[in-house]
Design a protein around this ligand. Structure first.
Ligand code: SF4
Length: 63
């Protein structure tokens, strides 16, 4: 799994951080998403898929 985020789309909602806190974080200054691990291990894939689904800006792409 490879994670790509479109920071131009991100509206700093933080849903991804709630769903997968080991993979996503938010910048202190503006809340825009940070990817901590763009190729997370298998046990985190379900949480990452959930994060991508619930992101209100559809800013997370998985491949
Ligand atoms: S859920 Fe989407 S919009 Fe919200 S911080 Fe994460 S990537 Fe950005």
């Amino acid at each position: 799994m490879q994670i790509t985020v479109d920071t131009d789309k991100c509206c700093a909602a933080g849903q991804c951080v709630l769903a997968a806190p080991e993979v996503f974080d938010q910048r202190d200054e503006d809340g825009i998403v940070l990817v901590l691990n763009s190729s997370p291990p298998a046990e985190q894939h379900d949480a990452v898929r959930e994060a991508a689904q619930i992101c209100p800006a559809a800013a997370i792409t998985l491949s």
